[in-house]
Design a protein around this ligand. Structure first.
Ligand code: ADP
Ligand code: ASP
Ligand code: MG
Length: 401
């Protein structure tokens, strides 16, 4: 008998009717003779609502307590789904991350799975019981409940598939992976397959459809991930090892991230020591710098700009206050009205001209970009957020995405 891991996201279990619908889909697979492990996210916007409640109590709630709170969302959906399966006459059991043997380490709210003790899950499966596991959570070495970062149920599902050595099916509110988020470009093309490497790059650059770490685990253990609709029976997209048929395209996808903040420090007295000092200070606060640019020295001074995750805005304020004590003449400004657009494609490794093509499209349409960075398979541009929609539409149309 084959084991299948199926994961259902928040929207897909957002109402009682949807939970019942998910139960019916699981039963269809069970009836085909499969052993089923289901991973679920919290219903609808539950996790957001829990975070808002915590923020009403405190500006800086304890991360341990946050994990305790956030993990409750998935307990509601798993127990309701298990009850629904039972109501249809099937044996099932809901398990928290801890009960499912999911061990984690790291800092609270951003834990990583280190191992899964699948003994209990296997025992239930051997008795024909459908196992419903709470996604997004585990337990650390101290016995505290932990969570895996937003969107982390994908990671729970792929990690379970890796441990159970079976394929992973991710069911969501979109019917596959598209070249561009269909919410931003409704004419985007659905991909039959995409390589782990490209999906990882797209996820890390802002494509929220799959959590980056989940794809990383899929890649490491060579677990095919099938992404499809939780409500319609149409063919989805496989995330799998790169193969030659995927090579024809130079650009596979376009992603957008609004979650960035651009910081500009004007009037930096130009010595390499001063520039190093700025980035040393940022590193001390564990803030991840993404794009960096610097003007040419003018009368001994330069302006330095860089982008960081928007969630680090408080740390940036503290860092800049400290730097101002050391470099009295600097002036700092922050721009939150910034978006990052990235084009991604494995074909870029052996073909040139993508950057030039995008520069030309921006120039022809009066879109100014502020910074550019490249990796082996992607090029990213920061632009004014007001130009975002126009830029997405033009790039998607002209690059045939
Ligand atoms: P779930 O709650 O099921 O985990 P998510 O909201 O995390 O669902 O992910 C699904 C959403 O991802 C879709 O509604 C879609 O708007 C968005 N998305 C972003 N980029 C893409 C893409 N390239 N292809 C498909 N969906 C995308
Ligand atoms: N419920 C969690 C979140 O909203 C985990 C997930 O949906 O995957 O981030
Ligand atoms: Mg998700």
């Amino acid at each position: 008998m084959a084991i299948i891991v199926q994961k259902y996201g928040g929207t897909s279990v957002g109402t009682i009717d949807r939970i019942k619908n998910v139960a019916k889909r699981i039963i269809e697979q069970k009836e085909k003779g499969n052993d089923i492990v289901v991973v679920v996210s919290a219903m609808g916007k539950t996790t957001d609502n829990l975070i808002n409640m915590a923020n009403e109590i405190s500006d800086n709630p304890s991360k341990r307590e946050l994990d305790m709170l956030l993990s409750t969302g998935e307990q509601i959906s798993t127990s309701l789904l298990s009850m629904s399966l039972q109501a249809y006459g099937y044996q099932s059991v809901s398990l928290t991350g801890f009960q499912a043997g999911i061990k984690t380490e790291g800092i609270h709210t951003k834990n990583k799975i280190t191992d899964i003790d699948i003994k209990k899950i296997k025992e239930y499966l051997s008795k024909g019981i459908i196992v419903v596991v709470a996604g997004f959570q585990g337990v650390n070495e101290k016995g505290d409940i932990t969570t895996l970062g937003r969107g982390g149920s994908d990671t729970s599902a792929v990690a379970l598939s890796a441990k159970l050595n079976c394929t992973c099916e991710i069911y969501t509110d979109v019917d596959g992976i598209y070249s561009v988020d269909p919410r931003l470009f409704p004419n985007a093309k659905k991909l039959d397959a995409i390589s782990y490497q490209e999906m990882m790059e797209m996820s890390s650059l802002g494509a929220g459809v799959m959590e980056t770490r989940a794809v990383e685990i899929g890649c490491k253990y060579n677990i095919p991930i099938y992404v499809a609709s939780s409500s319609k029976n149409i063919k989805g997209t496989y995330i799998k090892e790169y193969d030659k048929t995927m090579e024809e395209k130079m650009i596979t996808g376009l992603t957008v991230s609004d979650d960035i903040l651009m910081v500009t420090i004007n009037n930096v007295y130009y010595t390499s020591k001063n520039i190093a000092r700025i980035f040393e200070k940022i590193a001390e606060y564990n803030v991840n710098v993404d794009m960096i640019s610097q003007t040419a020295p003018f009368e001994g001074y330069v302006n330095v700009s860089f982008t960081v995750p928007r969630s680090d805005i408080c740390s940036i304020d503290e860092i800049m206050n400290e730097l101002k004590k050391e470099m009295k003449e600097i002036e700092v400004s922050k721009d939150e009205n910034i978006s990052k657009l990235s084009v991604v494609g494995i074909g870029m490794m052996n073909q040139s001209g993508v950057a030039a093509k995008v520069f030309k499209l921006f120039a022809d349409n009066d879109i100014e970009f502020k910074q550019v960075t490249t990796s082996e398979i992607s090029i990213s541009y920061t632009i004014d957020s007001n130009d975002k929609q126009m830029a997405v539409t033009i790039l998607a149309q002209e690059l045939n995405l």
